[in-house]
Design a protein around this ligand. Structure first.
Ligand SMILES: CC(C)(COP(=O)(O)OP(=O)(O)OC[C@H]1O[C@@H](n2cnc3c(N)ncnc32)[C@H](O)[C@@H]1OP(=O)(O)O)[C@@H](O)C(=O)NCCC(=O)NCCS
Length: 129
């Protein structure tokens, strides 16, 4: 995924409230951002409610520091009957520098659901990405 050439689905500044006991950014905060970013793409693609059913291949390559800009990039990898496999990467940029560095990646699987919470078919004709 050529993240630097794509628009992020989420971009935020890592803040002191997001740190772990050691002063670095808490992995759970990053994971939450990635889940939210994948959720945005899943909802848009399926034109409705979609929920996380699985998370695979999560890897934290590097720490994130307070004040870093964090960008989340999402890429639709596969669309099934009701499920979507979405590649997610999080990149950090020191707030005074230009270079972006990949810090985490994972594949999220979302399922489109109806009002009753049951899987619903995704309209293959209206795929957005
Ligand atoms: C999403 C949910 C409604 C799916 O119900 P289900 O009975 O498991 O659905 P199915 O077995 O029919 O599978 C639905 C789709 O998910 C896929 N799927 C099921 N388990 C999967 C897994 N572990 N990994 C990847 N895909 C999976 C199936 O292959 C199927 O895909 P397809 O329709 O594209 O062929 C149900 O599992 C659920 O409500 N889970 C909780 C979701 C949630 O609350 N997430 C937030 C967590 S806080």
């Amino acid at each position: 995924m050529a993240a630097v050439k794509r628009d992020p689905v989420i971009r935020v500044t890592a803040m002191p409230a997001d740190t772990n006991a050691y002063g670095d950014i808490f992995g759970g905060w990053l994971l939450s951002l990635m889940d939210s970013g994948a959720g945005l793409l899943a909802a848009r693609h399926s034109r409705g409610r979609a929920v996380t059913i699985a998370l695979d291949g999560m890897k934290f390559h590097l720490p994130v520091k307070v004040g870093d800009e964090v960008s989340v990039y999402a890429e639709m990898k596969r669309v099934g009957r009701s499920s979507m496999s979405i590649g997610i990467e999080a990149w950090r940029r020191h707030r005074t520098e230009d270079e972006e560095v990949k810090v985490t990646e994972a594949t999220f699987t979302f399922v489109a659901i109806d009002d009753a919470g049951r899987p619903r078919p995704i309209d293959q004709e209206s795929e957005q990405e």
